[in-house]
Design a protein around this ligand. Structure first.
Ligand code: ATP
Ligand code: MG
Length: 443
């Protein structure tokens, strides 16, 4: 990242909103995987946008890099941004513009400032919603780097050993790890229900459940309204959230989601689609797109995305579930566990700038996740709640079938086949398939 003492434009103006201390303190800060990406982006471009769901840890991580900050969720600062934006931009760099989406006009100012000033790493913008007119999509890219942040993975929260590294799998390495007694099925269920919310680290299950309930309420009542700028019906939106939660990790058919919102008065397709869009704008729901790959056979690919909550704890809360209920309902636990694995794989593979897809074709072959790197290297993943020999055998067979289906010129980019289980040991099978429990995965 750019050194912090070289460019200190407009120090005087910064005093208008109070200059900040050299170091922004965050006691108990735990390292986030995304830091590598943020650091890289800051050394490359003038400004970096960190976006992601509310409370996933954006501000704290941005502060690891920032030397001064302006918080646009503070009314006085917002007023200043609207009337004298230069005063808000001035200060030691990298300068954090927190919750910038409250003052969307700042985007273009930041862009211009980056052109005028020399050097990378001038600004960090954080936001938990895409502004209504999503200016970030059509302008500024190239000068403003973008980093998506998600809730904490099990590795970041300290529940995974990280012995099976996604980066190492891409490098063709093999991993082995002993099973851990403290990472049994009950522990996995409670980590899933707790979610990767950094503010909940160390909270009791009951407290975390209450916080999650409040989080969803706030999202449904306030944030969606702010994101779409029109009135909506929170109760109806809540019903849609439940219907998404019931079909987590399944293909997102909007008509089915709409129909599932109520027998008496189902939502129209148009409303469901507008609400789903709003949930994506506030990063609460994240689709998992279908992998598009050349096949050697005549099978055709299904291209509907799957839907996940950005953290499966949100689905748990919407369904009113709990660790005990999940343990007694393996079907639901299985779907939510798949969603948990996808969350973590997205975090771990972020450093490699990967996308996480799913695979499904018209003859019923599926892979729960395909992690693809920009250079085309890929890892295919099957998720199994059970770690039994039978379950792992079936998952491995399915992955080998996928490998045999993909066109030869894409098979040479295959880095690994991976079965992720809930518990057990990590090892490489004689057929080459890597097996790992979620509590051993890492970046
Ligand atoms: N890396 C971390 N290690 C430990 N605790 C953290 C970490 N990051 C965040 N927290 C805790 O989580 C809380 C929320 O984090 P933060 O304010 O950074 O989230 P945010 O994504 O900016 O939220 P919002 O969208 O509401 O602005 C912090 O107040 C802090 O208690
Ligand atoms: Mg914040």
């Amino acid at each position: 990242m750019g050194s912090s003492d070289d460019i200190v434009p407009g120090r005087g103006a910064a005093d208008a909103i109070g200059d900040e201390p050299d170091r922004l303190t965050m006691p108990g800060y735990r390292t986030r995987v995304v830091e590598a990406e943020v650091g890289r982006a800051l050394s490359r471009v003038g400004a970096v946008l960190i976006d992601g769901a509310r409370a996933c840890g954006k501000t704290w991580t941005a502060r690891r890099f920032a030397r001064s900050e302006a918080r646009l969720d503070d009314p006085a600062t917002l007023l200043l941004a609207e009337n004298a934006p230069d005063a808000v931009l001035a200060g030691r760099v990298p300068r954090l513009l927190d919750e910038w989406q409250h003052a969307p006009a700042l985007w273009n100012r930041v862009r211009r400032e980056c052109d005028d000033r020399v050097g990378a790493g001038q600004f960090i913008l954080t936001g938990s919603a895409l502004p209504t007119d999503d200016i970030t999509r059509h302008s500024g890219m190239g000068r403003i780097g973008r980093v998506r942040m998600r809730p904490m993975s099990l590795y970041e929260a300290g529940h995974s050993s990280g012995e099976v590294s996604v980066g190492a799998l891409f490098a063709g390495e093999t991993a082995a790890a002993m099973p851990r007694a403290d990472a049994d099925l009950t522990a996995v269920a409670s980590w899933l229900c707790m979610g990767g919310w950094p503010a909940n680290l160390g909270a009791t299950g009951d407290d975390a459940a209450r916080t999650l309930g409040d989080y969803i309420n706030e999202a449904v009542r306030v944030e969606v309204f702010e994101a779409i700028g029109v009135r909506h019906q929170p109760e109806a939106l809540m019903r849609l959230m439940r219907s998404i939660a019931r079909s987590v990790a399944g293909e997102a058919k909007i008509t089915r989601l709409a129909a599932d919102t109520g027998r008496e008065a189902p939502m129209t397709r148009g409303t469901a689609s507008a609400y789903l869009d709003a949930l994506q704008r506030i990063f609460v729901v994240e689709p998992q797109p279908a992998w598009s790959v050349e096949l050697r056979s005549r099978a055709t690919l299904r291209n509907a995305p799957k839907l996940h909550f950005v953290d499966p704890s949100l689905a748990v809360s919407a369904l009113g579930a709990s660790p005990r209920r999940l343990l007694g309902d393996p079907a639901t636990f299985g779907l939510l566990f798949e969603s948990l694995v996808v969350r973590d794989l997205r975090v771990y593979s972020g450093a490699q700038r990967c996308e996480v897809y799913h695979y499904r074709d018209n003859v019923g072959l599926e892979a729960d996740a395909v992690i693809e790197r920009p250079d085309g290297a890929w890892v295919a993943v099957e998720v199994k709640l059970s770690a039994s020999q039978r379950a792992v055998d079936a998952a491995a067979r399915s992955l080998l079938r996928l490998r045999d289906k993909v066109a030869p010129r894409r098979v040479k980019d295959l880095a690994a086949l991976l079965v992720v289980t809930s518990v057990g040991a990590a090892y490489r099978r004689s057929d080459g398939v890597q097996v790992a429990p979620i509590s051993a995965l890492g970046p």
